[in-house]
Write a protein that binds this ligand. Sequence first.
Ligand SMILES: Cc1cc2nc3c(=O)[nH]c(=O)nc-3n(C[C@H](O)[C@H](O)[C@H](O)COP(=O)(O)OP(=O)(O)OC[C@H]3O[C@@H](n4cnc5c(N)ncnc54)[C@H](O)[C@@H]3O)c2cc1C
Length: 297
Amino acid sequence: MYPRAFAYHRAKSYAEAVSLLSELGEDAKFLAGGQSLIPLMKLRLSAPRHLVDLNFIPETSYIRGNGKLRLGAMTRHSEIAASAEVARLAILHDCAAGIADPQVRHMGTIGGSIAEADPTGDWAPVLLATGATVKVLGPAGERMIEIGDFILDAYTTALEAAEVVTEIAVPLTAGRSGGAYVALKRCAPVYASASVAVQLTLHDDETCREARVYLGVLGLTATRVEAAEESLRGHAMEEALMARVRQAVMDVAQPAGDMRGSAEYKRQAAGALAKLAVEAAWRRARGEQVEVTHLYA
Ligand SMILES: Cc1cc2nc3c(=O)[nH]c(=O)nc-3n(C[C@H](O)[C@H](O)[C@H](O)COP(=O)(O)OP(=O)(O)OC[C@H]3O[C@@H](n4cnc5c(N)ncnc54)[C@H](O)[C@@H]3O)c2cc1C
């Protein structure tokens, strides 16, 4: 189906984009990679009268590392997957490289993804596990929002009218830290059926000092599994610990059954993914090079 007719506006700066959206009001939307918005418009589930294109604003797509890894909001998933800077935070690479197919990864942006807040999107659990911050610009100026305060519910964020996401900053971990993100997918171009993001820091004796464990896709927002984090802290990696983590994840996961699988299938999948993610994160925290790929079934 064709989208409803709309007027197209090309912003030359974020400030102009914000002022255009303020003038045009609720019937206007920003256009980033178009990988969520355009399909919704074609289905007429979204019918904005104005689109304000962010694609021609200079200096919006970048990856810079200086204490934090700063990702411009218009940075494409494919650029993140290919970045040598991002290799310092392998969990970001796991996420970006596993999103859909090359076409989607070449168009879709990290800023658009978090602004969309699709509960089946991959970025939320990863950015929550890594403690990211979101920079936004609006009519009242600039503000920084912790990712946990940014994503409020399914398709709902803390963005106020005419606010645009300009940057995502992820703390660069020092010392013995590592993370991993693993998802279960039916095939490459579809959203995941279940996913788990883990970020760990180890003591010198290789016991776990700090852990963050988030489930993706299985609820309206990514779910923190504090019981799994608690089981990990102070312990060495061993089979019995992995069994406790797996159980903690399965206890918290409350997926809904759908075309991607029954609720019980997804719950079991989340437990298995948690084990894989913890093991990979732990090995990375020890300094090992570990390649993580999503599972397809
Ligand atoms: C076939 C297919 C498969 C996909 N599979 C996956 C997947 O497996 N995992 C996954 O995570 N994603 C997946 N996606 C979505 C993809 O990751 C998109 O990149 C993402 O959803 C939206 O990013 P975008 O840049 O395309 O945003 P757009 O579609 O352009 O915009 C999405 C929404 O965000 C708003 N917006 C965009 N940029 C900003 C900004 N900077 N500030 C404020 N608001 C903004 C827009 O107004 C719009 O409401 C898939 C998409 C397709 C088409």
